[in-house]
Structure formats: C-alpha cells, structure tokens
Write a protein that binds this ligand. Structure first.
Ligand code: DC
Length: 679
C-alpha cells in the first residue's frame, strides 16, 4: 500500500492492439478479500499486527482509512504495515467514513462498529450508493444495533448506532461472504453464540483470520452447507503475508487461454475451494492449466496455456462472489458452443449492472450474448471466427475494464476501452503487468482529452447501450451525424441515402452490397450457402471494400453482385449469424473511420447503430417495389423480403424510434427534404 500508483498515471482510456501473445510470469496484487479482513482483525486485536503484501487498490485503502478513523494506528512496517489495534483504542470517528466504491468496506466496517457504543456514518460513491445494505442491516438490527439507510433497501449513506449486541442465528437469503463477515465481526463482540448458516459456502477468509487471531470460532460442514459459530473473544495480533488475489489472476489465466501462443505463470496465489471455482470452469472448457504446489498452505502457482475451448454450463454456486464472471465470459465468447451462466442475477447489483455490462462488452467485440432472466447466455464464436476490435466503455467498473482488455488482446484489430480508471479500485498496476506479459507496444494509454477528440470511438462500442452512447456523442461537438436508413428491397433506400449523403456532405455505406459481396465470394469459391460454419469463416476472412466500386479480395465485383445468381442466395447468406457478426463489426469500424455517415441496410437502426442520430425506415407498395427492381423477378423479391423479415438474426424491422416513410407515390426530392428537415 505504500507504493500505490498515482491515480493520474492510470489513463482513463486505453487503446489495445490484438495479436500480441501473453508470455512470462508475474505475481498479482495481494488478495483483496484477505486484505480487507486482515485490516479489520488487526484493528480489533489487542496489540501490534504486521501485514505484508496487502492489495494496493483503492477499495482496501478505504478500509485502511476507516480503521484509522476509528482509532487504530497504521504505521509503515519494514516491509508491509504495522497496525496498532485493540478495542480500548477505538473511538467514534470525527466524520463520515468514506467507503468510495468499496461495498466490502461498507458492509464489514458496519459489522465492526455495530458493537461500538457510538454513531458511525458510512458513505460511498454514486455506484456504491445504489447498492443495497439491507442484507446487513436486517441481521445487525436483530443483534441490537440501530442501522438506517435510504429507502426500503437501506441504500447508503447508512448510519449505525452500535451498542451491546446479542448473538443470532442467521441464514443469508443470498450467498454473500460480505454479509457473513459483517455478522461474524459483530458476533465476536456479542453476548452468546452467533451462528451463520450458508447453504452455498462462500469465501472463508473472515473465519480463518478470526481463528488465527484466537477467536472462539467453529466451522461445521454438512450436506446442507456450512455453519460458522462464533462467541465473544479477545483477539491477539496477527502476522500475515497476503497471497495473490485469484480474482485478479483470472484475467491473465483467461488471457493466456484464449490468445494463441500464450503461456503465463501466476506465482504465489491464494487457493481455496471457494476461490478456485473459475479454474474448475476453465478446465471443463478444455483449458490447459497446471496448479503447482508451493509448499506453503493454500498458496499455489498457476501455469495457463493457450487452449481450444468448448462451452460449458456454469452454476453461480461454483463462483459464489461472481467476481470472475466477466473474465470467464470472454473465454465463453471464443469457445465453441453456447455457455450458460445460471443464476447470476446478483451481478446486477455489483459495482455496475455487471450483467448488462458484460453482455454489452461481448456484443461490442462481436460475440453474441444476452441476459435471459438471471442467466447470462454466451454463444461462442468457436475456432473459425475471431472477436473483432471494438470500443467499449467500462464506465469505471474495474472488472469490466480488465475483462475488456483481455477481449481486446484476443480480438482482430485495435480496441478502445474508456472508463479505464476504475482499475485503481483493485489493480492499479494492471497495465504494468500487461506490458510485462505482452510488451509495451500492445497498448497505448490515451489521456482523457485525446479520448474526446476521437469522435465515434465510444459510440460504436456501446452500440447496445443507447443511453451511454448518446452521452458520449453529445460530448463531441462538430462530429458528423450518423443516419440509419433501413427498409425492404425496392423501397428507395439507395437513391434516397445517396441524395441525403450528398446534400449533407457525408459518406455513405451500402451494407446490402457487403452481404452481396460475401454471397458472390461463396458462389465463386463453391461454398455451400447452407454450410453455416464455412460461410462464417469466409465472411471473417474475405476482404470486402464497398465504395463507388465494390471489390472482393481486390476483384471488382460491382456489377457481378447484382446478378440473378447472387439475388437468389443473398438472403440465405445474410441470415447466417456468423456472417452478420463479421459484417456488422466492419460496418461499425467504417462509421468509426468516417466519423459518422449515412448507412443503409436492413438492421442499421435496430442492431448496428441503435444509437444513430436519425433513423429512417422506407417502405413502398409491393407493386411499386417490383417496378423499381425491374431487373429482379417479383417472386425473387418477395422471397427475399420474406426471408429478410422472418430470419432469427437481426430480422428486417423498423426501430421503435425510426421515422417511417412510404415512398410509393412520392418524389425523391420530397422524401429527402423530409429527412433533412429532421436532421
Ligand atoms: O439492399 P440489398 O437488396 O442490396 O441487400 C441484399 C440482401 O442483403 C438483402 O436480401 C438483405 C441483406 N441485407 C441484410 O440482411 N442486412 C443489411 N444490413 C443489408 C442487407
């Protein structure tokens, strides 16, 4: 904790280049969970404790500040920290305890001060202020403390008026090590026996450290879960080397597993069944991970190597804190098959709505993911396709920022990750370690000013998070608008979009031509339009350029893509999810490079750019559309329309916020004028 990087040195935005392998060995920061609890045990212990290797993140710093504020002395040790604690030293804090972004600090400190005969106010940042504290408030009230917060869920700031406590028997309704720990910290100062029963066992650091400090604590395991019993105890000081944090190691282990040619050794890592679930999950997926004993109890070295992954089913109970889900989701995104993380609704009340943010991250990188109820469903790309470079706003969530960095390293092209400063929460040296494993040229820190000067970056990455995208776009004065024009064949999209682009001085992209180009390549190379896998691989590898002329791998196909043969197969090919994934990623890159533009297609306003500034959906009567497409048989048009509108992947439909124009009996000028009037 003594050499924490200056927050100003952790950039808010980072560009990460794909194609770099991860090789070498490292130690990750001290385990965050153990660090919080060791500080609190040391504050309660009568005498001088010595703690080495504490997490250097902001969260643990909040706990350290909190124990200082209530009277523990924290002094530099050589090495580590010396904590002078003891209940008689502790006193009412002069002001509110600022827990920042750290839910662990708030919940555990609340448990400690619940037994102290004074008032403590605990406050947090915006994100923490949205996290429910009723889970600790209810049992602490039953023990005799007065705990109040905002609203029915007892949101922060919270006020704890402590005093004489009595033991209770409690089964947390949701598996939570934080709730268990808050009750145990209160229980070690309470009359009688305090019992916490966990149907799903969570990390055991609190009971292990309390036992190490001499507390009267007993753990019983059974088929029904784990039960921890604690009695009032006088604690003695502890001397502790904090091992590496498995949740931070998870990013490098997943990185080494998904990036071809990688091999990473993570040394001196804490190991326990409650913290190693992610290794089990990865092993089931086919990851080659060796766990090497170090001779020290509960401390291992891990060696992870690039592996072919297959999908699995992950039960929340395997990874009770859910901390490793964003990293595992990246592994699932490149695996073959569909991975389901069940019962992970709790992710919604982490530092951010991590369920929605993980889905948005995977989608930004071109993978298919969705939240279905409390499930996270990830359709892996498999070995024939790759993630594509993206822009993603982690909105300050440290685990999302680090998971996105790993996805970016595994992706083709360059990615931009904004909201990166959140890594200060838990892993301030993350970029130093990235540089150690991948080399300094794998990424570039970008300062905040440079971020805002890069117009469409944030927009395209957050394509599935309209609100966030809209905010990003508003921050960029002078950037070009992004106009989406969708509709069926013959509705007038090409003519109208050309005219709109010309009148506004914007570039235009005909995405239909991209699907046609892939269809042409499939016919040319004898790829069966029904062979989904081969088509996906073709779309991911072929070089399609759509401008005044259309080329495929350098061959001019401008006229050839309008042939009856292409008309016949293009809708089938466009219904293929892997083809769509590859082309949507390119369409987003096109808009990023052109800083906006007019983009026409079938799913532009709904899927490709849901945050577009203006969405137009053109229609016309079937007779009129057949007349306009004189070179295409009415039956073929009708069949294409039907396929385009009924396919599962991104079917043709108007976005709810699109302007719908029937062009049947209107002139081009008239339609264009109407569109320009909305600009
Ligand atoms: O616009 P067009 O007729 O040239 O498009 C050719 C085919 O491509 C059309 O049948 C549907 C498909 N397409 C699509 O699925 N998504 C787009 N964004 C654009 C076209």
């Amino acid at each position: 904790m003594t050499d924490v990087p200056d927050p100003a040195m952790v950039p808010s935005t980072v560009r990460v280049h794909g194609g770099y392998t991860l090789t070498g060995s490292l130690e990750v920061p001290g385990d965050k969970s153990i660090s919080h609890r060791a500080l609190l045990v040391a504050a309660l212990a009568e005498g001088v404790s010595t703690l080495r290797g504490l997490s250097d993140g902001d969260d643990v710093r909040r706990t350290r500040n909190a124990i200082e504020a209530i009277g523990a002395a924290v002094e530099p040790g050589h090495p580590g920290l010396r904590i002078v604690g003891g209940r008689d030293r502790l006193h009412e804090a002069a002001g509110a305890l600022d827990c920042g972004n750290s839910g662990t600090t708030m919940r555990l400190v609340a448990g400690v001060v619940a037994a102290m005969p004074w008032k403590t106010v605990l406050v947090g940042d915006d994100s923490l202020s949205r996290r429910p504290m009723d889970r600790i408030a209810v049992p602490l009230r039953m023990m005799g403390a007065t705990v109040s917060g905002q609203g029915t869920r007892c949101l922060p700031p919270i006020e704890v008026i402590g005093g004489a406590l009595r033991g209770i028997t409690w089964t947390p309704p949701i598996a939570s090590a934080q709730v268990k720990s808050a009750i145990l910290f209160a229980g070690v100062c309470a009359d009688g026996e305090t019992v916490v029963h966990e149907p799903v066992p969570t990390r055991t650091h609190t009971e292990v450290l309390l036992a190490r400090a001499g507390a009267d604590v007993v753990v019983e395991g059974s088929a029904q879960g784990r039960t921890v019993r604690i009695h009032r105890s006088r604690l003695r000081p502890i001397d502790l080397d904090v091992p590496g944090d498995p949740s931070q190691a998870a990013f490098w282990v997943v990185g080494a597993t998904v990036i071809a040619g990688s091999e990473v050794r993570v040394a001196r890592l804490h190991s326990s069944p409650e913290r190693s679930g992610f290794l089990e999950v990865l092993s089931r997926m086919g990851a080659r991970i060796e766990v090497l004993r170090t001779g020290e109890a509960d401390i291992v070295d891990l060696v992870a190597r690039w592996s072919r992954l297959r999908a699995t089913r992950v039960e929340a109970a395997e990874i009770p804190s859910l901390d490793e889900v964003p990293a595992l989701a990246v592994a699932a995104a490149v695996a073959e098959g569909t991975t389901i993380f069940s019962d992970v609704g709790e992710l919604r009340v982490k530092e951010s709505d991590r369920l929605a943010a993980t889905v948005a991250m995977l989608q930004a990188f071109g993978a298919r993911a969705q939240a279905v109820g409390d499930q996270l469903v990830v359709e892996g790309l498999g070995p024939r396709a790759a993630l594509s470079g993206a822009c993603f706003d982690s909105a300050g969530d440290h685990r999302l920022a680090m998971a996105a960095t790993i996805a970016a390293l595994a992706a083709q092209g360059t990615s931009t990750i904004t909201g990166f400063g959140g890594v200060m929460t838990s892993y301030p040296g993350f970029l130093d370690d990235l540089s150690r494993l991948a080399g300094a040229s794998a990424f570039e820190p970008v300062d905040h000013g440079a971020t805002t000067a890069d117009p469409v970056d944030a927009e395209i990455g957050a394509a599935d998070n309209r609100a966030r995208s809209a905010r990003q776009r508003e921050r960029q004065p002078g950037r070009a608008p992004l106009i989406a024009i969708d509709g069926p064949a013959g509705a007038g999209k090409s003519t109208v979009s050309k005219a709109v682009a010309q009148r506004l001085g914007l570039q235009r992209l005909d995405t239909g031509a991209m699907y046609r180009a892939v269809a042409w390549a499939a016919l040319e190379r004898g790829v069966d339009p029904a062979d989904a896998e081969a088509l996906g691989a073709l779309a991911a590898s072929v070089d399609v350029v759509v401008g005044a002329r259309v080329t495929v791998d350098g061959v001019d196909v401008t006229e050839a893509i309008r042939s009856p043969e292409v008309n016949e197969v293009v809708s089938t090919i466009a219904a293929n999810p892997a083809v769509r994934r590859a082309l949507v990623a390119r369409q987003r890159r096109w808009a990023a490079q052109h800083h906006g533009g007019v983009v026409e297609g079938r799913d532009i306003g709904t899927v490709v750019f849901p945050e577009a500034d203006l969405k137009v959906f053109l229609t016309a009567s079937p007779q009129e559309r057949a007349r306009r497409r004189g070179d295409e048989a009415p039956a073929t048009i009708a069949r294409r329309d039907h396929l385009d509108a009924t396919r599962a992947a991104s079917p043709l439909r108007a976005a709810p916020d699109a302007h719908i124009i029937d062009t049947t009996s209107r002139t081009v000028e008239d339609v264009v004028d109407e569109i320009l009037s909305w600009c």
